[in-house]
Ligand binder design. Structure first.
Ligand code: PHE
Length: 464
């Protein structure tokens, strides 16, 4: 191998970075509104189950492929001796680029809300529509966000990504615990928690299961090679199984805490009638500022600003990982200097995100971009990119990665790589479970999700 590859300097550094990738808008913005949209606690239970039963084995696989090959997702398949599978790495990179293009827009909103609440502008909740349409302003927030992401990535693995994650992740946890404790003291908090945690099993239906699975997969950053990439910087001494378990636990734990933090606020605002508040993309942006306002001008401002700062930090460690995937590719395969690669790719992805940025009302064309077969209203460009990049391509990537590992690269090779940092692995129950999951459970379930998503989103088949 050519020059020494950079490494995360410690196991904690890797876990902080990978958990940082996993914990993001998915946990704090999307998870609560998915809960509110369907199933309440039933959704939460399904989500947790899927994280551990289905996603964890995929995560182990991705990290192992990365560490074995020390390569980006495209180079990894070549290094394993299967150059024909390069396409899977390319798909992953494309998915990552698409996701980052719109993710950065929402991250910019979060950052903008932080500023607005710090300034004491509680009205912003009622002005969400105008806020996202003030293109000059949200464009600027998006630029700031992409610049921060690029800055961290340009500093490399241990000096950039690891350093930032080690600072941001613990800070995020502390802020979150403060907010959870505070929210539990609010009037009606209990009704919020009951809605969130007491399952109504009659509410479990196919749609809840389907959504929970997609959510778990996206939330754990799987299916596009983000963890192959991070895995390629992991030391051979590390135990991949315990690292993956800790990453999964952190991600599920933070999503869980996000619910504990948000539902009491929602219950407080609605005088205990949580069901009356609609879930949707604007959920936390529209609902929470009024809740913060009603707890008082000073404390509400502090709590509100803290909340959106936390959301911005969570998003930042995710955008960093999304950018790192194409950057590692350019550095490994195209032999481009890291700094150069970072700035060019960041600029490109930002430009690609402009249609998403203006697709929330500003541009008629991008706001009403497509009308899917069978749908009664148009989908905007941003959601369209999400439907392709995250809803469709991630499960497809996960499906193919497990097929590849189980039947092409072969399980004993996976197990051999895991054993390097975990000598007692052979013969354990966990080895048997991972082998079973990647051979049967994951390909079948992810394959089904992929097909259903295609049929539903693009061909108007409504199976719910
Ligand atoms: N897991 C991140 C979140 O929940 C999103 C993400 C997906 C990041 C895929 C990287 C890769 O917000």
């Amino acid at each position: 191998m050519a020059s020494e590859r950079s490494k995360f300097s410690s196991k904690f550094g890797f876990i902080a970075a990978a958990a940082g990738s996993a914990v993001g808008l998915g946990n704090i913005w999307k998870f609560p509104f998915e809960v509110a949209n369907g199933g309440g606690a039933a959704f939460v239970i399904m989500y947790l189950l899927f994280c551990f039963l289905l996603c964890f084995p995929v995560m182990v696989t991705e990290i192992a492929i990365g560490r074995k090959t020390q390569k980006n997702p495209v180079g990894a398949f070549v290094a394993l001796g299967f150059p024909k599978w390069k396409f899977l790495g390319i798909l992953g990179i494309i998915a990552g680029i698409l996701i980052l293009s719109f993710y950065n827009v929402v991250a910019g909103w979060a950052f903008g809300y932080f500023i607005q609440l710090a300034l004491g502008n509680f009205e912003i909740g009622n002005q969400f529509g105008e806020f996202v349409n003030n293109i000059g302003r949200v464009g600027l927030y998006g630029i700031i966000f992409m610049l921060s992401t690029a800055y961290v990535v340009s500093r490399g693995i241990s000096g950039g990504i690891e350093k930032a994650s080690k600072l941001l992740m613990p800070t995020l946890v502390v802020m979150m615990v403060i907010l959870v404790i505070y929210s539990l003291t609010l009037p009606h908090a209990f009704e919020g928690i009951a809605y969130y945690l007491i399952p109504q099993f009659s509410e479990i239906n196919f749609k809840v299961v389907y959504n929970a699975l997609g959510q778990a997969f996206f939330s754990l950053s799987l299916g596009m090679g983000a963890l192959i990439t991070y895995g390629s910087y992991v030391s051979k001494k590390d135990n991949i199984v315990s690292s993956a378990a800790l990453i999964t636990l952190s991600d599920a734990g933070i999503a869980f805490l996000a619910g504990l933090m948000i539902f009491p606020f929602v219950a407080y605002l609605s005088n205990g009638d949580v069901e009356s508040i609609q879930g949707g993309a604007g959920f936390i942006f529209e609902v929470l500022p009024s809740a913060f306002e009603s707890i008082g001008p000073i404390i509400g401002r502090i709590i509100g600003a803290l909340f959106f700062l936390l959301l911005s930090f969570a998003a930042l460690t995710s955008t960093i990982s999304l950018l790192e995937v194409p950057v590692t590719y350019a550095v490994d395969e195209l032999k481009v200097n890291r700094k150069y690669a970072v700035w060019i790719i960041a600029l490109f992805i930002f430009m690609l995100g402009v249609p998403s940025l203006i697709s929330n009302g500003d541009s008629h064309f991008f706001t009403n971009f497509v009308t899917y077969l069978g749908a009664d209203k148009a989908t905007n460009f941003m959601d369209f990119v999400g439907h392709i990049g995250s809803d469709t391509m991630l499960p497809f990537g996960g499906f193919l990665i497990t097929i590849f590992t189980a039947y092409i690269w072969k399980k004993h090779n996976l197990n051999k790589e895991i054993e390097i940092g975990y000598p007692g692995f052979k013969g354990t129950l966990i080895e048997k479970y991972i082998d079973f999951a990647i051979s049967y459970l994951c390909p079948v379930v992810l394959g089904i999700i992929f097909i259903l998503t295609l049929l539903n989103r693009f061909f108007g088949v409504d199976m719910f």
